[in-house]
Design a protein around this ligand. Structure first.
Ligand code: ZN
Length: 564
């Protein structure tokens, strides 16, 4: 069956709530381990049903936002889902305190129980109002950034349309684009300060109501960090700062020399070559066709995956009127369908969908056999290994997408590498902010500037309004919307770079490790997934050093060949 033919009927929350409460009662009074297991499996079935219907409604809403029916369905789930949470928590309590727990754990593994205990610590009815307030503030932030209509060279642009000019090969254009962006942001900096200040206070208040000293530990639990803690993350950042940052500074000095500049300004950071970065070729249809060929050749697994996606109509990637913006990958459990949504427009972003989002989709497809839906997908850093590593495994096919694929590969690897110190800035900033919830907006910006100086001393901010006040973090949406979600990308990138280095000498060996990492879905913690796939931990100094050596050697060599 194709996605478009899937039947849909609203998962009515009242009915589901009643069923869930019934299952919870069965688990609580289960006379035998077998009957307790049966209750857990019933709950799993219910979770899948709800996710299936809510996801179908969401996808159908985004592929045609003019469809009134699915608009209303999406609104229904947005409102109803949070109300369901209390009942889910009650089931969780029954699960972790079940007298059959030992037998259940030996049948299902311990992770479900550990994760449930963690999520129980993050919720109490006392914080419902705070959660609603947090959602409202996040939405106000998203709305504010989306409202931008920025006058630029006779046109009116959104912030995402402006990116093209911020990365333009002509330096003057880049500078003007940043200034235009700053013009809009400057007008709204008071609001940006206020929304964030409220968010920090709301999150801190939630944490205290739940018995935490500050928001940091609650944030870690919300991200389900179940195999490393704040100290591990601090040590990782320290390695980045002491070992990686100096190497990046050297590569950036070489970049400045290639561009004929004394120093790199904020608006020069992404300009790698004086004659411009790599530009993709082909129409959106041709790019998609090249993707089919690439996955057909890459491995038997990707060939089967891509054909499965086509057979069931699980791509919607071409732009159309009334389609929602952006791109995503989701998974519809009852039908075992990953779904990739995008808006191809003939830019490098299209290639990213075909590599990054397809990595997520391949992972969802490969983990179809995982028994419990709650363990189908792992924590976010592991998910980003799925996608970021796929970006590198597709390297040998980049000639299909670029006239100058060498330039693309250089830009991709150096971008991935120099991203890590930036990601650490974002992460350390949030630790500082939530450890000191009474900082003033001005103090937060000062802290941000000092982190830029610590991790990216080569980057100049002078002269560009807004950014020169230490406000770059205010356009990093995760900081407002998804607290503590960022170090995930740095950890994942380190693992992806390790796989890249391996694939340079032994493509098949690296690919097999990657597939074995995917197969286990979310049935293990991040660290255990790595170990069981024979992959090293990004927290290990030896791994970190080895990755850093291979990447910098490759970039130095290739950078010289690109010298002008
Ligand atoms: Zn991703």
């Amino acid at each position: 069956m194709k996605f478009s033919d899937l039947p849909y009927s609203r998962a009515a929350l009242e009915e589901l709530t009643a069923r869930l409460d019934q299952i919870t009662a069965e688990l609580e009074s289960a006379p035998t381990p077998e009957s307790a297991l049966e209750a857990v499996l019933k709950k799993d079935k219910l979770t899948r049903e709800l996710a299936t219907q809510a996801d179908i409604a969401y996808v159908r809403h985004t592929v045609n936002t003019a469809d009134e029916f699915y608009n209303a369905e999406k609104d229904y789930y947005d409102e109803a889902m949070p109300l369901f949470e209390e009942n889910v928590q009650r089931f969780g309590k029954a699960l972790v305190s079940s007298r059959h727990r030992a037998r259940l754990e030996s049948e299902l593994g311990g992770l479900l129980f550990g994760n449930t205990e963690m999520s129980l610590k993050t919720f109490s009815p006392a914080i419902i109002e705070d959660l609603q307030r947090e959602n409202k503030l996040s939405s106000a932030y998203v709305k504010l950034l989306a409202s931008a209509k920025i006058p630029f060279e006779g046109k009116e642009l959104t912030r995402s349309q402006l990116i093209f000019y911020k990365e333009h090969r002509d330096r003057g254009t880049r500078k003007r684009a940043y200034e235009a962006d700053a013009g809009f942001l400057n007008l709204h900096k008071g609001e940006l300060d206020e929304i964030f200040d409220e968010l920090v206070k709301t999150r801190t208040s939630m944490a205290r109501k739940l018995g935490f000293d500050d928001y940091i530990q609650l944030g870690y639990y919300q991200m389900q960090r179940n195999s490393y803690d704040q100290n591990d993350v601090a040590r990782f950042r320290e390695m980045v700062c002491s070992k990686l940052a100096p190497i990046i500074a050297k590569l950036k000095a070489a970049q400045a020399a290639r561009l004929g500049l004394d120093a790199l300004h904020l608006y020069d950071d992404s300009a790698l070559f004086p004659d411009g970065n790599a530009v993709p070729k082909g129409t959106p249809d041709e790019i998609f066709e090249a993707g089919r060929r690439m996955y057909g050749e890459l491995s038997p697994e990707t060939k089967a995956f891509f054909e499965y996606m086509l057979e069931h109509g699980l791509f919607d990637v071409l732009s159309r009127p009334d389609k929602a913006g952006g791109g995503y990958c989701t998974y519809i459990p009852d039908h075992e369908f990953p779904f990739i949504f995008a808006n191809f427009n003939g830019t490098t972003g299209d290639i990213d969908v075909l590599t990054h989002e397809a990595g997520h989709a391949l992972a969802a497809y490969t983990a179809r056999g995982v028994r419990l839906f709650d363990l189908h997908s792992p924590t976010y850093e592991a998910c980003e290994v799925h996608s970021m590593a796929m970006e590198f495994f597709t390297w040998p096919w980049m000639e299909l997408f670029f006239d100058d694929a060498g330039k693309y590969r250089f830009g991709h690897l150096s971008g991935a590498f120099s991203f890590i110190p930036y990601g650490c800035i974002v992460d350390e900033f949030q630790h500082i902010v939530y450890a000191n919830p009474n900082m003033s907006p001005g103090e937060r910006c000062e802290a941000y500037l000092s982190l830029e100086a610590k991790y990216r001393p080569y980057l100049q901010f002078g002269g560009t309004p807004f950014y020169n006040e230490g406000r770059r973090w205010q356009v990093q949406t995760h900081i407002y919307e998804r607290p503590f979600y960022y170090i995930d990308y740095c950890l994942a990138q380190t693992v992806a770079l390790h796989l890249w280095a391996m694939s340079q000498n032994d493509f098949k060996g690296a690919w097999d490790k990657y597939l074995s990492f995917l197969t286990r879905g979310g049935s293990m913690t991040f660290n255990n997934l790595l170990e069981s796939a024979g992959l090293p931990s990004p927290f290990s100094p030896e791994t970190f050093d080895a990755v850093e050596r291979s990447v910098s050697a490759w970039l130095e060599k290739e950078g010289r060949s690109h010298a002008v």
